[in-house]
Design a protein around this ligand. Structure first.
Ligand code: COA
Length: 234
């Protein structure tokens, strides 16, 4: 039984070029298994990704190839996709794809902090992983309109559906992570915390008033002052 703790998940470099064929072979095998035509990439394409620091590779005990994924940009780098995800059969079901995707996601956020991250998939495993990373399902209208990205679907057996619908829908689910959502979340949290502090201070003031038979003690005056200041600031 394979164990995640024996597998290193790394940003690939020049020293991993010797695994390019293994990556492509694994993609070929999976493509035949699934029957949906995951496209074999050229040697140069995968090698370039490794040399550019835009690929993630998983190696068992530092040398046996176990999984892969790479980062690519679309629409003048406004969109990023983590593509070519593959886990060798023997290493499936132990959470390896989750870890590879997590690393690719972090790399994408680091290199392209303002880009939207997206993916297309029919697979439940990938949907679950994406959901955990904060992706949301969206219609294709929310994804990149970069023609080159959609050309990548031409090798899929369902391409005729995509063509018929003018790229508006197909069998894949589109999933998107928008960094702007993080900002919105922060603003919401700030608002919530602000109100929590106001609520707490107000409660203390009220309590002090009740305890001192409606006469306002020094502590309450200070708290009222602080409370008003907080309101002015938010
Ligand atoms: C899809 C694939 C990458 C998953 O790899 P994996 O390492 O087995 O995935 P994980 O172990 O990280 O599992 C992630 C989640 O998906 C679930 N899962 C894994 N394989 C699944 C499957 N075939 N069907 C349904 N759910 C699956 C796991 O239970 C886990 O869910 P949990 O978080 O609720 O426990 C792997 O099967 C593969 O390489 N397939 C062929 C290539 C492919 O389909 N690539 C994706 C292209 S979009």
């Amino acid at each position: 039984m394979k164990e995640l703790k024996n597998i290193q998940i790394l940003v690939a470099t020049e020293e991993h070029l010797k695994y390019v064929d293994a990556v492509n072979d694994a993609i070929d095998i999976a493509s035949k298994e699934r029957g949906t035509g995951i496209a074999r990439r050229t040697y140069e394409y995968i090698a370039d990704k490794m040399l550019a620091g835009k690929a993630i590779i998983a190696l068992e005990n530092g040398d046996t190839f176990a999984g892969f994924c790479y980062v690519e940009t679309w629409g003048a780098k406004s969109f990023v996709a983590n593509s070519g995800l593959i886990v060798v059969k023997d290493y499936r079901g132990i959470g390896l794809a989750t870890e590879i995707k997590r690393k690719a996601f972090m790399l994408s956020r680091q290199v392209y902090p303002n880009a939207k991250i997206f993916g297309l998939t029919t697979g439940l495993a990938v949907m679950k992983i994406n959901h955990e990373l904060g992706y949301r399902p969206v219609t294709f209208s929310e994804l990149t309109d970069d023609e080159d990205f959609w050309k990548g679907c031409q090798s899929c057996v369902n391409y005729d559906i995509l063509e018929r619908t003018n790229k508006s829908k197909c069998l894949c689910t589109g999933m998107l992570y928008d960094p702007a959502w993080e900002q919105e979340k922060k603003v919401e949290e700030k608002k919530k915390n602000g109100w929590a502090i106001k609520g707490t201070l107000l409660d203390i003031i009220k309590k002090l008033k009740r305890n001192k038979k409606e006469t306002l003690p020094k502590e309450a005056t200070i708290l009222t002052f602080l409370f008003k200041k907080k309101i002015q600031r938010t």
